[in-house]
Write a protein that binds this ligand. Structure first.
Ligand code: AMP
Ligand code: MG
Length: 420
């Protein structure tokens, strides 16, 4: 396992009664440190990875002044203030095949998008805006110097810091790196996350269900969320509610992984048995978080591995993963974390809510016929209704103290589906 992940977790108190959501996020993100190990990878392999060394450009982008349009390159001295002016085309500049000569006053050069500006020219007029008669090119008044010219270094200058440590490399960053002629980057190594489900009632998807059994869905949502995050996965399957099996699983996980994620077995009534094992192996606190869904949550360290004991109910798993595990794992991965986007949107439906906990209700946000963003509840909000999570595209976050919400009110919405 990676020794660079810290072993201390001294913030939470045992059996803290009700912790609010922001406090829990702060405690968890403060308790972990980012991975220190780095590796150099080809930029395609760096997709979604976290940059460990800043990138400074050693070239200008664009590297030379070039045309933003297909048209004709002129010297601005030839642009008429009124009426029109006719000049002679003396050559062509294509992208990759520049015009080698120099245009003098009274001359112009045929130029294509991306082609280098010909010597002696500083302005490009679109081909639709000139009259062409053989080599005689006529321009009207109304144009200005530097029109349609992309200047050297206007995107990135030689010496600019282009990407910073802690930045995630998305498709845009891969393109930026390529535009600088950079083939490899230094990224943080992937953190390893071991995960398993607990519960005697759980069966694998390829097994037949008997009376009193359900399929293990949490290991699939957790697999999906961790995969999207870009960590190395160690799927340890289903562990029965058996003291020895649980202890063995925790020891094995802590030897292999930087973080351990489980679901189930942390609620009151179940906690004692898991709690005893965890007390023996590390320092884990059992929290009641003032949120709905997802009240019970265990967090701390098992040996050297960071431990997330998510609740058992499938919607609670996803809600607590997004709100707590995500920023904490991102911190471990070396990512600069930012607060998730929350927007105010009018709610089309009444929402039932009791004061006391922050609700993360599942909603569908869309644009109505008037072009305005609106959100509505997916309907049944119980924490076992996982199909609601699939219908939803956002959480409707209702503050801890708020009560019922009437249709038409503005609510806080946190989208959880992106463009891709
Ligand atoms: P627990 O906290 O273990 O009592 O679990 C709370 C609820 O979540 C129970 O209804 C469990 O059956 C259910 N549950 C626990 N683990 C899973 C899982 N991996 N997949 C689906 N449901 C689960
Ligand atoms: Mg259970």
């Amino acid at each position: 396992m990676n020794k660079s992940i810290p072993v201390s977790c001294d913030t939470p108190q045992k059996q803290t009664p009700w912790l609010n959501v922001n406090e829990a996020i702060e405690r968890m993100t403060a308790a972990v440190k980012k991975i220190q190990d780095t590796e150099v990878v080809a930029i395609r392999d760096a997709l979604n990875r976290v940059l460990a060394k800043k990138v400074i450009s050693s070239i200008n982008v664009p590297p030379y002044a070039n045309s933003a349009m297909d048209g004709y390159a002129f010297n601005s001295a030839d642009l008429p203030e009124s009426g029109e002016n006719t000049v002679t085309m003396i050559g062509k500049s294509f992208a990759g095949i520049p015009f080698e000569g120099e245009a003098k006053s009274g001359e112009c050069v045929r130029i294509m998008t991306g082609a280098p500006m010909a010597n002696g020219t500083d302005t490009v007029i679109m081909q639709e805006q000139v009259k062409v008669d053989g080599d005689a090119i006529t321009i009207q008044s109304g144009h200005c110097k530097n029109e349609n010219v992309r200047h050297i270094g206007e995107d990135i200058k030689d010496g600019d810091t282009v990407l910073n440590i802690g930045q995630q490399l998305t498709p845009a960053e891969l393109g930026v790196l390529a535009s600088l002629g950079i083939a490899e980057v230094c990224v943080y190594k992937k953190i390893r996350v071991a995960f398993f489900s607990t519960g005697d009632e759980l069966r694998n998807v390829d097994e037949a269900l008997e009376e009193g059994q359900i399929y293990d869905s949490n290991r699939y949502t957790i697999f999906g969320m961790l995969s999207n995050l870009g960590v190395e996965l160690i799927d340890m399957g289903i562990i029965p509610d058996d003291r020895e099996a649980v202890e063995k699983a925790f020891i094995q996980a802590s030897e292999q992984a930087d973080a351990i994620m489980t679901s189930g077995g942390v609620s009151v009534g179940e906690a004692d048995f898991v709690k005893e094992t965890l007390d023996k192996l590390g320092k884990v606190d059992f929290w009641k978080i003032a949120m709905k869904p997802g009240k019970p949550l265990a967090f701390g360290f098992v040996n050297n591995a960071v431990f997330f004991g998510l609740p058992g109910n499938p919607v609670s798993v996803m809600a607590t993963f997004y709100q707590f595990a995500l920023p904490t794992l991102k911190t471990m991965m070396g990512l600069n974390i930012t607060k998730p986007t929350v927007i105010k949107v009018a709610c089309k439906t009444d929402l039932r809510k009791a004061p006391g906990r922050t609700d993360f209700q599942r909603g569908i946000m869309q644009t109505n016929e008037q072009g305005e963003l609106v959100v509505e509840s997916i309907g049944m909000q119980a924490s076992h209704v996982l199909s609601g999570m699939s219908k939803a595209n956002c959480f409707i976050i209702l503050p801890q103290d708020s009560g019922n919400v009437s249709a038409g009110a503005l609510v806080d919405v946190q989208p959880f589906r992106g463009l891709m």
